[in-house]
Write a protein that binds this ligand. Structure first.
Ligand code: ATP
Length: 351
């Protein structure tokens, strides 16, 4: 299948504040209908990157193309983008209907067409029953829906979402995740989401760019990034990861706890990354790699139990096991063997 023409193309997009590089030269292609997430810890530059796409921050270098047109020098109102801000930015003296209609009113849309579009939008975000409610009388989730409807009614080619659910409690956030997914599918649009919440990103996005210190360190599907993290930072940021310190000599890696595994490469320090669900309790098949660890804590979570362990060198190891496999012998202070398939481990240079 031929690759689609990207809807959004960033080429060397950069932002510096004096000597500080907020966003290092970044090149990305985003396809039509992508739900693209920019994920990273606080201060890594993700909001600045999103704001450059929306035209709210002037880049220090590089270009933004949307639908083949260079929009780098255009202000936000002249770009085919819509933005939903973290604090929603609703007009407090207006009703739900007036807030949603605002952009069309500015465009001097005929009243009948405007009313029909607003009704359609309110239905889409489940706000029809609140049309005449004043903005200050809305709950957090309702405000969020108004902010989404207000941006979507202008039919942006790209919808930019800056941590749109950060202010909501966990339960409502999970409901909104499902609604956002459904909305994206219903509209068939292109969404770009900034988030520091990996579970939000895994739920919503089909592609992810992980940022660290102003640079995109890995880009791919959530699955690719979980299965093949590019470095230790990414492995810990998407999903939980155990990072064991080891050393390689003559094609073998030794880890604390007595694990020894064949692995070709340069002599020196390495990190072996293992997901908590990849570790198995005894009985361990002979072909597995295994090591000895001490149990420090046991957390029962219904179907699964989290076993916290340490190795002789102090490395921590988290193991997710099905609760029915946990035995009386797995108590704090006990020494246990843990095994894993050599194919599952990921070996990264420690540097
Ligand atoms: P958060 O999740 O906390 O919002 P972020 O990843 O979105 O963080 P940015 O807001 O993009 O991070 O900021 C990236 C870096 O650029 C930070 O070090 C920040 O202090 C700096 N920065 C952002 N805006 C400005 C500004 N107007 N002037 C100077 N430095 C800025």
């Amino acid at each position: 299948m031929p690759a689609e023409v990207p809807l959004l193309k960033l080429d060397g997009l950069t932002k510096r504040y004096g000597d500080h590089v907020a966003v290092a030269p970044t090149s990305l292609s985003i396809q039509p209908r992508d739900f693209f997430a920019i994920l990273g810890p606080s201060g890594c530059g993700k909001t600045t990157l999103l704001r450059m796409i929306g035209g709210f921050v002037q880049p220090s270098g590089g270009t933004v193309q949307i639908g083949g047109a260079d929009v780098t020098r255009l202000g936000p109102e002249r770009r085919p983008t819509g933005m939903v801000f973290q604090n929603y930015g609703l007009f407090q003296h207006m009703t739900v209907r007036q807030n949603i209609a605002y952009g069309l009113k500015l465009r001097r849309e005929p009243k009948a067409r405007m009313d029909a579009a607003v009704d359609e939008m309110m239905a889409l975000v489940h706000l029809d029953h609140l049309a005449e409610r004043a903005a200050p009388e809305l709950s957090g989730g309702q405000r969020q829906r108004v902010a989404l409807a207000r941006a979507l009614i202008l039919k942006p080619k790209v919808l930019l979402l800056d941590e749109p659910l950060a202010a909501l409690d966990l339960k409502l956030r999970k409901t909104m995740h499902r609604e956002l997914r459904a909305l994206h599918q219903a509209i068939g649009g292109t969404f770009i989401l900034v988030s520091h919440d990996q579970s939000e990103v895994m739920t919503l996005a089909n592609r992810v760019a992980v940022m660290e210190h102003g640079a995109v360190v890995q880009e791919g599907s959530p699955r690719d990034i979980y299965m093949r993290p590019a470095n230790v930072f990414v492995s810990g940021f998407i999903g939980e990861a155990n990072t064991l310190r080891g050393s390689r000599r003559d094609g073998r890696i030794e880890l604390a706890g007595g694990a020894s595994l064949a692995h070709a490469g340069r002599d020196g320090a390495v990190s072996v990354v293992l997901r908590p669900e990849q570790l198995e309790l005894e009985p361990i098949e002979p072909a597995r790699v295994s090591l000895e660890a001490e149990v420090t804590d046991l957390i029962f979570l219904g179907p699964f139990t989290h076993l916290h362990c340490t190795l002789a060198n102090g490395d921590a190891l988290l193991v997710h096991v099905e609760s029915r496999h946990v035995a009386a012998a797995h108590r704090p202070g006990a020494r246990i063997r843990l095994g894993w398939k050599a194919d599952d481990q990921l070996v990264l240079d420690a540097s």
